[in-house]
Design a protein around this ligand. Structure first.
Ligand SMILES: Cc1ncc(COP(=O)(O)O)c(C=O)c1O
Length: 331
């Protein structure tokens, strides 16, 4: 069931995303499914966190429409989601983003009216307090004007967890009629894996939760490698829901981007391709596996052409012919 902010002039519907069978992975013993989070209104799984954090901020009197400026460090999708949702509700938004994030991502955030600050962080900052420049800059701007600024702080905000515990988890359980045996997702803040993982394990403690991690020094926007990046507080709080880790290289993810387009007719993001690769590599005797496809490939034309996965023409054709694609415009 989609969640709706009913008191807005333009109701925002978050969640209720479809699940599709991955025929290229399914076999006689195991069904594989992708949960297509790019069907959220601003094109990614992070619409859920943004929606729930804004709702929580309003309910607890932390933010006021027409007054508060929302500021947040993000590697992309949370920025798009906050900018999109907050704009409709009457908030100003400022986003702090690593310069390595895709140009398309930055353009979308700006086209939604948010102010953008760029830092020289890697997509995945190195371990240690104070080394993540995006987080540090957002904090210093916000702390100078606490009456005006509010940072939802997705890395520690319980509402981020709740969106998945109350939304995505139950959706997956119902969409698989309780048959799910293996759950795969990437980890950024940990909201997705802990929220969905905790809910599913309450329903059936035998369900395996597998965290998909990119290689060190990676190009997978939205995900973190915890050998080079500190674990967020939100993740640490419930990290015991994770049964297993699987590491995917940039190369493996990029090969899968092409593969998924050829075999499933879907243009997906590097992180969705990493999840697909993990589902393909992980040994499953039999059962029902579900993976989170957090966003689609629309924002990655520059990356995919630079990495020679698609030529510009091939990319445009894939975008046009993709069976599933978000509505968020990049230009
Ligand atoms: C692009 C992208 N962003 C974010 C996430 C996960 O987000 P989080 O751990 O912050 O809930 C994923 C997970 O697959 C992702 O692929």
């Amino acid at each position: 069931m989609a969640e709706t902010l009913v008191d807005s002039n333009m109701p925002i519907k978050v969640g209720g995303t479809p699940i599709v069978k991955l025929e290229s992975l399914s076999n006689a013993k195991t069904d594989f499914y992708a949960k297509l989070e790019f069907y959220n209104p601003f094109g990614s799984v992070k619409d859920r966190a943004a929606y729930w954090m804004i709702k929580d901020g309003e309910e607890n009197g932390l933010i006021k429409r027409g007054h508060t400026i929302i500021i947040e460090p993000t590697s992309g999708n949370t920025g798009i989601a906050l900018a999109g949702i907050a704009k409709l509700l009457g908030y100003k938004v400022e986003i702090v983003i690593p310069e390595k994030a895709s140009e398309e991502t930055k353009k979308i955030i700006e086209s939604l009216g948010a102010t953008l600050y760029q830092t020289s962080d890697d997509l995945c900052p190195k371990v240690g307090a104070g080394t993540d420049q995006s987080i540090a800059l957002a904090r210093s701007i916000a702390s100078a004007r606490p009456d005006k600024y509010y940072s939802p702080n997705q890395y520690a905000n319980e509402a981020n967890f709740m969106g998945h515990y109350k939304g995505t988890g139950p959706e997956i359980w119902e969409q698989t009629q309780g048959k799910i045996t293996h759950f795969f997702t990437g980890v950024g803040t940990g909201g997705t894996i802990t929220g969905i993982g905790a809910y599913l394990k309450e329903k059936n403690s035998n369900i395996k939760v597998i965290a998909v991690q990119p290689q060190q020094n990676h190009l997978i926007q939205g995900l973190r490698n915890f050998e080079e990046s500190a674990k967020p507080d939100l993740f640490i709080k419930r990290e015991t829901v994770v049964d297993d880790w699987i590491t995917i290289t940039n190369q493996e993810a990029f090969i899968s981007v092409k593969d998924i387009f050829v075999k499933e007719k879907m243009l997906v993001s590097p992180s969705s391709a990493a999840v697909y690769t993990a589902m393909k590599k992980y040994h499953i005797e039999s059962g029902c596996a579900v993976g989170i496809f957090a966003d689609d490939g629309r924002k990655f034309k520059s990356l995919y052409t630079q990495q020679k996965i698609f030529s510009e023409e091939e990319f445009e054709s894939a975008l046009k012919n993709s069976k599933h694609i978000s509505k968020v415009q990049t230009a």
